[in-house]
Design a protein around this ligand. Structure first.
Ligand code: EPU
Length: 430
């Protein structure tokens, strides 16, 4: 397995292009199953999660053509058909595999998928997705580890989500786009990726209003057409790089990111005394490094609150910020797996239930640590930039699920970081 080696680095300077959003790309790829016409998607990052979704679409019989020179993926779903033959390893490998459920159910009246896996961050039940399908008229059953849903037809309904789940909102939006009548999702998730999916579905001819608010109204149609679409920039990649600059210091321009998507993150960074300037092309971040940062309190919340996906990188920053900080994780019940790893590097953190109590230490020291999920992995990488000596991050495949060329982007800013392929030192990618 690959590892990443990070050395204590100089301050970061330069410019980075922000990649397309993983969490927008995955539902948008799944939504291509709602039509039999060609879809051309631009900006999809070629991450392992997106490539796994490509294989899932191919299992349904869709043709998927990647054109790296044009930065497009073309999906030709005309020969796609119902299948219950999605391998366990594939579905278990990415949580987002379940996002094809709504599209397949709406298109073929039946869908069957192995229970999905994904990041090691909590139980992650699917009850809200399934309640949504049932409300639209589907029968849902679980047998031999497979979830099956069938419906003679789907009929719009009013669906209240007990929690504004991103995936459930997306799955219901997709299924309802081909249902008869009107579906209203109340207490819907409002994340920017929901708006991006709604924009794509509307480009396919769907009629979705209110995406980005708590109430989404979907007027179903019999057929959707193909569409060309560019996915939104990845706000979590941008937020992670902002955290790296805040902690290590320097001045970096993040090109292509929409500051509107990062409001809670920008507000928190400014509170910690990081300078953030927004312009039409992106965001400038500038910081003197962790020595000059102020401690703070962070509580993760569904959008527009502070994103859970940036909790781990911010925990890294606060482990070196002089004073006491609090980080409260309210979205996932088990998302502090990076904390024992940061403690191996010398961080002083105590966990009490869903809260991390952090006492900033004067320095971290490089250690051998394990990426337990993708955001945890990125948090360890940015901690390594500020730790004395060398930090060796194992299980890098987690990072590759969600960060496109992270080490190359950091290298271009002056970070001392390299990937070691397998066990062979000579395979280092510079
Ligand atoms: N939940 C339920 N029942 C459900 C669905 C969710 O109880 O049926 C709970 C979950 O267990 C969790 C909370 O609701 O405690 C939030 O889950 P949500 O459904 O909103 O998350 P998701 O759709 O599974 C997406 C992202 C995650 C991101 C969350 C929250 C994708 C592919 N994944 O997951 O991204 O953390 O929304 O913003 O879009 C990541 O990129 O590292 C990542 C984990």
């Amino acid at each position: 397995m690959d590892k990443i080696l990070v050395k204590e680095s100089n301050k970061l300077f330069g410019e980075v292009n922000i990649s397309g959003s993983k969490n927008a790309s995955l539902p948008i790829l799944a939504a291509c199953l709602l039509t039999d016409e060609k879809c051309v998607l631009s900006g999809i990052p070629l991450l392992s999660d997106c490539l796994a979704m490509k294989v899932i679409l191919e299992r349904f019989g869709a043709k998927v053509i990647i054109n790296p020179l044009r930065d497009t993926i073309t999906i030709l779903p005309s020969e796609a058909a119902f299948t219950n033959d999605i391998p366990f390893e594939l579905a278990n490998g990415i949580r987002a595999s379940f996002l094809v459920m709504g599209a397949a159910l709406a298109r073929w009246g039946r869908a069957a998928l192995p229970m999905p896996g994904g990041c090691n961050i909590g139980l992650r039940p699917l009850d809200l997705h399934l309640k949504g399908f049932v409300a639209l008229g589907a029968n849902v059953d679980t047998m031999h580890g497979q979830i099956m849903a069938t419906a003679q037809y789907l009929m719009g309904d009013k669906i209240y989500l007990d929690f504004p789940s991103v995936g459930a909102t997306e799955n219901i939006m997709m299924a309802a786009s081909l249902a008869t009548g009107v579906t209203i999702i109340e207490n819907a998730a409002t994340e920017p990726e929901i708006v991006d999916l709604a924009n794509f579905l509307n480009a396919m001819g769907a009629n979705i209003r209110g995406a980005g608010t708590n109430t989404v109204k979907i007027t179903g149609d019999k057929k959707l057409n193909g569409a060309n679409y560019t996915v939104m920039p990845d706000r979590i990649e941008a937020g992670t790089l902002m955290a790296a600059v805040a902690m290590r210091g320097g001045k970096v321009f993040l090109r292509g990111i929409n500051a509107e998507h990062l409001k809670p993150v920008i507000a928190k960074l400014r509170e910690m005394s990081v300078e953030v300037m927004e312009d039409a092309q992106g965001i400038w971040v500038s910081s003197n490094g962790y020595e000059g940062l102020l401690p703070t309190e962070i509580k993760t919340m569904p959008h527009p609150g502070f994103p859970t996906d940036l909790q781990a990188p911010f925990t890294s920053i606060l482990s070196l910020t002089r004073g006491n900080s609090l980080v409260c994780e309210t979205v996932f019940e088990n998302r502090f797996m990076h904390v024992p790893e940061l403690m191996k590097m010398g961080a002083d953190i105590k966990i009490a239930s869903r809260t991390a109590l952090i006492e900033g230490v004067p320095h971290l020291s490089g250690a051998r640590v394990v990426a337990t999920d993708l955001r945890a992995g990125a948090a360890l990488v940015i901690a390594g930039l500020c730790a004395r000596g060398v930090t060796e991050v194992d299980n890098v495949y987690h990072i590759d699920r969600g960060y496109y060329k992270l080490e190359e982007k950091l290298q271009s800013l002056g970070a001392e970081i390299m990937r070691v392929r397998g066990e062979r030192q000579e395979d280092v990618v510079v």
